[in-house]
Design a protein around this ligand. Sequence first.
Ligand code: CUA
Length: 346
Amino acid sequence: MRRHPIIQMVVIGAIASAIGIALALWIDWFPADAAKQGHPIDTLYDVLMIVSVPIFVLVLTVILYSVWAFRMRPGQELEDGPPIHGNTRLEVFWTAIPAILLVSLCSYAYAVLNDIETKHADELVVKVQAVQFAWTFSYPQAGGRAVTSTQLYLPKDKPVRFDIQTKDVLHDFWVPAFRVKIDAVPGITTRLRATPTRLGTFPVVCAELCGLGHSVMRSTAHVVSPAAFNRWLADQQAPAQNAGGGEARQLSQQQLLALGRETFTGDGGCGACHTLGDAGTTGTTGPDLDRVLRGQSEDAIRTDIVDPNARIAPGYAANIMPPTFEQTLSAQQLDGLVAYLATVSK
Ligand code: CUA
């Protein structure tokens, strides 16, 4: 016996919805959450999935079922279906239900947004500056000399407010493990809040196509204990205090070269864009340093790092390499980098 098409569609739709929801909830869409904001956002995502999967499945089931069940058969080429007029009850139904759903979901999402953006009196302010193609983080509340770093250090369980600016084009500051992201917009300061709750290192990514080096515009968020964070801040401030007293730690040539290599692959992030055999990096956004640095003097290499637009290797565009390394690296890191590059490119 042939069952009514609507009953058949509802049965197929209900089974497909159940499978779709189970699949959507079973898949791990995100990395483990590392901020207080993570849980409410993940719950919101799950609720959106639970509500939207059945609607998607229902629409698709009706379409596919109709294509199959009501297809034209041989001999029906010239036939037309029965004429249909409006159905007021149906129209009220399919306008009201989506309207109620949308308003409820928007209200819920707004409540979550409001909740995760709550101000805290004791929040740590971190200024984030985006530039093609690097992130710089500074800590204005640190006291003493302003601390600026290419790595993001955050104390665990401390509410943080990020003030985000860009020097050039649109970028987007995103820490997937914190779940939150926001555009860096030329001319204005955008804000983002997060309270890291898990110790560890998490990728910082640019999520707005911003040019040739977009894919390498990455950094790392280090969530550390409050004590380790304060130690890190003090360490960052130390070089300047030492410079005044003439107490800067003298490095042997060997230590300087090691610091240079470490800066190349670590803090400087040079390896993301440049190939250098000795450092084992294979970036191709910028010139191959094994090739272009051969025979260059230390002075020329230093200029290439601090003023990258002064001369551009043939075949490469200007304004790709960040012009900020003199500010973001310590004097010693820069010295090490220059000495290291001059040595390995001989
Ligand atoms: Cu900056 Cu993409």
